[in-house]
Design a protein around this ligand. Structure first.
Ligand code: NZQ
Ligand code: ZN
Length: 390
């Protein structure tokens, strides 16, 4: 096991009606004025934003609001949020939504006390503790941003989608009511399940050998996510299934499932370039295409690890041929994502061979070279992986 540091300051309020406690929990922490940040439509239509406002009013917390966060959020709206925070003396940022809203909220919280442009933090990766506290009402289990140290934001002008990691931007409060996810479109539920599963794959496959305590946590979560698929896809309002998925989504990316490992994250890098190229590409859908392609390209580094994964997660019987077992595990992974209705090829995402060269310069800027850990990848390797995915 490698040395590690692990910080997880998030206070979770989980279950039916969790969001009703927004006002009282923020008031307990001294909040006086919150910026309510939300997405396109769903939280307004469902009445959630009105309920959240009412809860804040009842607790005597003033609020300003900024909606309109798009999936694959853009830095421009975060800049507007920062201006609002400065103008109104906001002391908490309250994100109501999914990964895109939370990530935009994190950018706002990081930039609120900064005199320069918040993009500086994405560019330099400089840490700061001067971050507004963040609370989250989660509406889609997927990205795990409700407890993660990361934010991922696009800069359309620079044609970049870039991550920024800082423990100080981990949310302090997360309200998680599984009932809020009943309204998710099937495709978003599926993309979310794919994303959380991939957060485990990124951690499970790296250049560190077995770390049993961490590996077993990863494997248990993979099995849980897989096991809930039939229930959650067929019965979108099955509370227990939604609850398991929501809590699993957080555990998949809050960090515990990777401690003691180097982790890999090459595939997320490859995917982020796709959703930078075309913001209409859903993160989980891009991962469904890229992960099996990455696996095919790298598995020969350690086929035994893939065979182990295939046995544990998909119940594959060992054949005595590690390479064959590894390839079966990759087939199962692709089949799992396909069974969720996720795309299998880049073609299905309207990404063509001639687009690959457009992805490489920004991939190099974001990830550096070499990147990844299970196998150290060059930009030529990245080109080959994209080609496998075509
Ligand atoms: O905008 P609205 O109208 O709210 O619709 C959203 C959006 O279209 C909809 N939705 C959310 N909750 C709903 C709902 N529709 C009906 N009922 C509900 N309860 O779902 C759509 C997708 O929302 P989004 O927030 O984009 O989804 P997700 O949570 O998958 O977030 C994706 C973003 O997170 C980043 C991704 O790159 C992507 O930009 N990630 C962030 C990470 C992090 N901060 O740690 C890690 C991840 O690996 C990921 O990169
Ligand atoms: Zn992800």
């Amino acid at each position: 096991m490698e040395n590690f540091e692990f910080v997880s300051p998030t206070h979770f309020v989980f279950g039916r009606g969790a969001e009703e406690q927004v006002g009282e929990k923020l008031a307990e922490r001294g909040a006086r004025k919150a910026l309510i940040h939300y997405g396109g439509q769903s939280a307004v239509k469902s009445g959630l934003i009105d309920r959240v406002k009412a809860a804040l009013d009842e607790a005597g917390i003033e609020h300003v609001e900024l909606g309109g966060v798009r999936p694959n959020p853009e830095i421009g709206l975060a800049r507007e949020g920062i201006a609002l925070c400065k103008e109104h003396g906001v002391d908490w940022v309250l994100a109501v939504g999914g990964g895109s809203v939370i990530d935009s909220a994190k950018a706002i919280a990081v930039g609120a006390h900064y005199d320069g442009d918040v993009w500086d933090f994405f560019e330099t990766k400089r840490l700061t503790d001067d971050v507004l506290p963040i609370a989250v009402v989660l509406t889609i289990p997927a990205a795990g941003s409700e407890a993660s140290k990361n934010t991922v934001v696009s800069n359309d002008e620079l044609q970049l989608k870039t991550g920024y990691a800082n423990n100080a931007q981990r949310p302090k409060l997360a309200f998680m009511n599984p009932e809020l996810t009943f309204t998710l479109p099937e495709y978003q539920t599926a993309a979310g399940l794919t994303d959380m599963f991939c957060h485990l794959l990124e951690r499970f496959f790296d250049d560190v050998g077995a770390v049993p305590v961490t590996d077993n946590l990863c494997l248990a979560l993979m099995k849980t996510v897989r096991a809930e698929v039939p229930r959650v896809m067929v019965e979108p309002d099955n509370y227990d299934a939604r609850a398991n998925v929501m809590w699993a989504g957080m555990l998949c990316h809050q960090g515990l499932a990777g401690v003691g490992r180097h982790e890999d994250w090459a595939t997320h890098g490859l995917e982020h370039e796709l959703s930078a190229l075309n913001p209409a590409i859903t993160h989980g859908a891009g991962l469904a295409v890229m992960f099996p392609a990455w696996m095919e390209y790298v598995y020969a580094e350690n086929p035994a690890r893939f065979a182990f994964y295939g046995r544990e997660v998909f119940g594959l019987a060992p054949t005595g041929d590690l390479e064959a077992d590894a390839l079966s595990a990759i087939d199962e992974t692709r089949g799992f994502f396909a069974s969720l209705g996720m795309p299998v090829t880049l073609d299905e995402l309207d990404v063509r061979e001639e687009d690959i060269e457009k992805l490489i310069p920004t991939l190099k800027e974001n990830k550096g070279e070499p990147f990844g850990s299970f196998k150290k990848l060059t930009m030529d390797d990245a080109r080959e992986i994209y080609k496998i995915a075509l």
